[in-house]
Design a protein around this ligand. Structure first.
Ligand code: 13P
Length: 251
């Protein structure tokens, strides 16, 4: 059975001290509870190690928001997958639309990152999603299929370790959530595409998260859809109480 996951993406919003405080708040909010989903926080590089230390022994998994496409060496400013893994982090967001948009990340680069993340035991949370113009032109399914081509270079065994996140770019940080029907349509088409590329069992076992203005008020309806296995949360992951509402949308 595929996992249900609620993952936070803090983006570039927390200092080291704020990140540790947020991790502590979340750990305390979850103490004594048994969430019905896996809980993950993906933090800026500078706080990954401290957050991993802070939440040690809790149900919270930790990840980075990216990793380098290079293994090691003279790449000033870069952080490798092995460095991320050395903190105790278990996840790594890859292919977020903000990386694609502002850093020109394409499939060739993302294939390198995927392989390095996997080689270092990290679970990639691989993001796909169309921009507003592609939604309006009704080309979104082929756009997403084109982005999925990067993960489709993986063996079935490696693909089985990847989490997919569908994040329509027009819904990120805009307050414009995809309707649950719009999200479900895309999630079902991604699952069908995985089944065609690998097989039905692989598709059924893949967790596909929704991201884009997901919050406590809309999470229950989104998570009630048959092909939505959780969320990748930006703004609403920055306060423990808001994030808890989304975690608790899984009853
Ligand atoms: P928001 O939840 O702020 O819309 O961000 C979604 C996102 O990009 C998560 O990766």
């Amino acid at each position: 059975m595929r996992k249900k996951i609620v993952a936070g993406n803090w983006k570039m919003n927390t200092t080291l001290q704020e990140g540790i405080a947020l991790a502590n708040d979340l750990k305390n909010a979850l103490a004594g509870k048994t969430p019905k989903c896996d809980v993950v926080v993906c933090t800026p590089y500078i706080s990954v190690a401290a957050v991993a230390e802070t939440v040690k022994g809790s149900v919270i998994g930790v990840g980075a928001e990216d990793c380098s496409a290079n293994e090691k060496g003279a790449f000033t400013g870069e952080v490798s997958a092995s460095m991320v893994a050395s903190t105790g982090a278990k996840y790594c967001i890859l292919g977020h639309s903000e990386r694609r948009q502002y850093h020109g990340e394409d499939n060739a680069l993302l294939i390198k990152k995927l392989n390095l993340a996997l080689a270092n035991g990290l679970t990639p949370i691989f993001c796909v999603g169309e921009v507003k113009e592609e939604r309006e032109a009704n080309t979104f399914k082929s756009v997403i299929e084109g982005q999925m081509a990067a993960v489709y270079t993986l063996s079935a065994a490696d693909f089985a370790k990847v989490v997919i996140a569908y994040e329509p770019v027009w819904a990120i940080g805009t307050g414009l959530t995809a309707t649950s029907a719009q999200a479900q349509e895309v999630h079902a088409s991604i699952r069908a595409s995985i089944a065609a590329k690998y097989d039905k069992a692989t598709a059924e076992n893949t967790s596909i998260l929704y991201g884009g203005s997901c919050k406590g008020s809309n999470a229950p309806e989104l998570f009630a859809q048959p092909d939505i296995d959780g969320g990748l949360i930006g703004g609403a992951a920055l306060k423990a109480a808001d994030f808890m509402q989304i975690i608790e949308a899984w009853k």
